[in-house]
Design a protein around this ligand. Sequence first.
Ligand code: PEP
Ligand code: MG
Length: 591
Amino acid sequence: MTSIDKDFIFIPMEIIKGISASPGIYIGKVFLYYEENLNIPKYEITAKDVKNEHSRFLEAIEKARNELEAIKEKAYLQMGDKELLMLDSHILMLSDPDFINQVSSALEKQLRNVEWVLFEAIEALIEKLKSSRNSYLQDRESDLKDVSKRVLNNLMFTERITLSELDSPYIIAAHDLLPSDAITMDKKNIKGIILDAGGRTSHTAIIARSFEIPAVVGLSTITRKVRTGVDVIVDGDSGIVVVDPDDAAILLYADKLERKVETTRQLRPYVKKEAVTDDGQKIIMKANIELPEEIESVIDHGADGIGLFRSEFLLLQSELHTSEDKQCEIYKSLLDKMEGRPVTIRTLDIGGDKILPGYDEHHEKNPLLGWRGIRFCLSNNNAFKIQLRALFRASVHGDLRIMFPMISCIEEMDEVLEIIDKVKQELRNEKIDFKDNVPIGVMIEVPAAVLAAEFLAKKVNFFSIGTNDLIQYTIAIDRGNEKIAYLYQPYHPAVIRLIKMTVDAGKKAGIPVSLCGEVGGDPVATIVLLGLGLEELSMSPASIPIVKKVIRNVEIKEAKKMIETILEMGSGTEINSYLENWFNGRFSGLK
Ligand code: PEP
Ligand code: MG
């Protein structure tokens, strides 16, 4: 990750450093977004901050009261008694000293920001109202919600709107975005994303990369520092946000943008070139996608195929998990558009931060260690079988491969294979055409799967290493948690060894091993992956040209030598700086 440009140090404005989540630069206006309870910022404050939080709260209340008075005055003549009574009751709620005191003392006790304290206080009151037998009190729930929303909007300077309906270009600022928000957002008008939360491999970051929207995440308190309409520079390359930039900063970035356009232009010829190392090793370059509409970008960036189609986003977006025919149609169209090139579809990887509609009531204490991926599918046979039937039916239309996420033991794979046999038998009985020999693969993304790789290799036709989760589960860090993002080290010696063990196990068993985690698209990591023996990589389509350039300018011999050196190093930081130095010396200005 690059540090702040030297030129910046003298510019007197707020420059905030976060985590670079999706490359690109955009200069524009912010839209501060929050979705009901989900994006209420939550952070710790110190005793010193309490007074300030308290004043913010009183100001937001005062503003809400004025807004309501203004509505009353303006619409007095058109309103009936009921509406006037409702407005009066809302104004009264905002003046209730008990409520104001409750929030004030919670601020002192909890030492959390006022948005969160208010949100919790309202939730507690709503629970109380709900359990009341008095129907008048029960009916006050919506009033309470309405009033609190007004105050929260004032605190966070937001307006309610969904991300699919923006009317002009904006940079979205939010505490966090759910993958389902990100997937349905208006790609035309969302030009940048800046978030308090998140890490480089959180799913929202991955989606931003897929849609080529510059994003900086893990900014902690950006939602406190900006509001709708404020100018901001999002520098997704360096993980920097410049709030309220002055002319000098804008000029500087305009220049950076120009250079970027030039680099992209220089990389363009690589789209058509083969990824062959200087000493003749061909590397298969595939693309990761989340939605079928990305297929144009896959072809445009010169991919040899699709190495990872994260099917859960499609199914999350349109609730297609119940429709075999519609799924089959979409898989068929992917295969048609890829014109014979391989298409690897990963079955539903639900759970963690990706919740299927209808399953969100199952709150888990540790969702990332819980009912996720294949575990979810094996206990929801219906959705799983529908997807498998759709996949096998589509298989006759091209080179389909199916792979399974989060496999942690042989028993799971055996169960999957049994279900596949059953699905095939059903299709045979129904005289429906399908390919009997669709390659079946397993994602290697849990350390246990690496350690049991020699056994898993006997059950499947290929491995695909999911480094995003492999790193998460090896180092025991939530990949979307900005507080521990510094521990997320792709070059941790343990991770390097686990990748090596997987590649070696695959080679020994004679099955291909590819890598589809985000590391695959990082040009600095390319030399490591080649040295570890990977011959197939899958990445965001936009990363393909730059990774091809690196591949075409290095030799396997050299990569293997570097791995020998790296394997001697005991720390991820040391390996990282060794690689950054090497890359900057060899490919100066490329990244
Ligand atoms: C991975 O874990 O590396 C992977 C490719 O899958 P996802 O990012 O969807 O979890
Ligand atoms: Mg994964």
